[in-house]
Ligand binder design. Sequence first.
Ligand SMILES: C[S@@+](CC[C@H](N)C(=O)[O-])C[C@H]1O[C@@H](n2cnc3c(N)ncnc32)[C@H](O)[C@@H]1O
Length: 319
Amino acid sequence: MTPLSIYHHFDQQADCVLFEGNCLDLLKEVPSNFVQLIVTSPPYNLGKSYEKKQNLNEYVKQQSVIINECVRVLKSSGSLCWQVGNFVDNGEIVPLDLVLFPLFNNLKLHLRNRIVWHFEHGLHASKRFSGRYEVILWFTKTEKYYFNLDPVRVPQKYPQKKYFKGPKKGQLSGNPLGKNPGDIWDIPNVKANHIEKTIHPCQFPVELIERLIISMTKEEDWVLDPFMGVGTTAIASLIHQRKSIGAEIMPEYIEIAKHRITLANQGVLKIRPMERPVYDPKTPDINIPPKKVKMEERFQIQPKLLEKRGKFKNSRGSK
Ligand SMILES: C[S@@+](CC[C@H](N)C(=O)[O-])C[C@H]1O[C@@H](n2cnc3c(N)ncnc32)[C@H](O)[C@@H]1O
């Protein structure tokens, strides 16, 4: 097992920084133009155990201070992904991406996608339709940004489709590595039966963050999550050999993050694989079991992923 250097304060020698406290205190320690990717889900101001519900303008002001600091530490080739849902008050919803967008826009960031993350589980509403999506606002700091689509391509619907006329007649018409996954992502959220579930009420699924990390960063790049919760961003970064910085105010979540990272370093942390399709009751046999992730194997994950996707297409019904 490779020793993993986990630090509790920012240090450039670390593989992983787990800072217990307010993210603003951590951000002060991070140099400008340092991290390649910031990916986070902030509190939604809903009065969860880890936040105090406040006036929406106050909330936006607080977010603004943190966002300014995040943009300062972001490299010019870097990306910032802010994952949010709705603020809800007395049954009335305010999509947080609408109220936060002007903050990013004023900082002259460039919006590349408003990714819709669709999932099936959540509260059942009775006076409106149940909420079944949240969004990821993906911004880049400049126009010269790093993005690699190939490792996150998904299987083509008709992989054998060929040009039927013209100079390319007979050749495959789609990219053999797969197609662009688009901006609507169907990824199960982490509810009771999810293999990654901890005590955190709203943790990310690792596969959601993996897709961002492997397309927007290179190995050894730094990834920051100012609202780290139980360390999902850190895990997704470390298993792909990126370095991770995160802050969390709740000590019990920091402990769980440390434990999950240790399990991953030992090769026994189970996660839902990116290549596993969403469960469909019409084809219940199609299944890819949870995979154990190990940090030493992180370099090999990308080619294996594509290989497995190919196998999956040809072996419907088998595991
Ligand atoms: C929506 S949750 C993020 C969960 C995370 N994505 C995961 O997968 O576990 C927001 C987290 O931010 C933490 N938090 C709230 N205010 C904070 C602050 N000022 N600095 C650092 N963490 C904070 C909360 O305790 C909570 O765990």
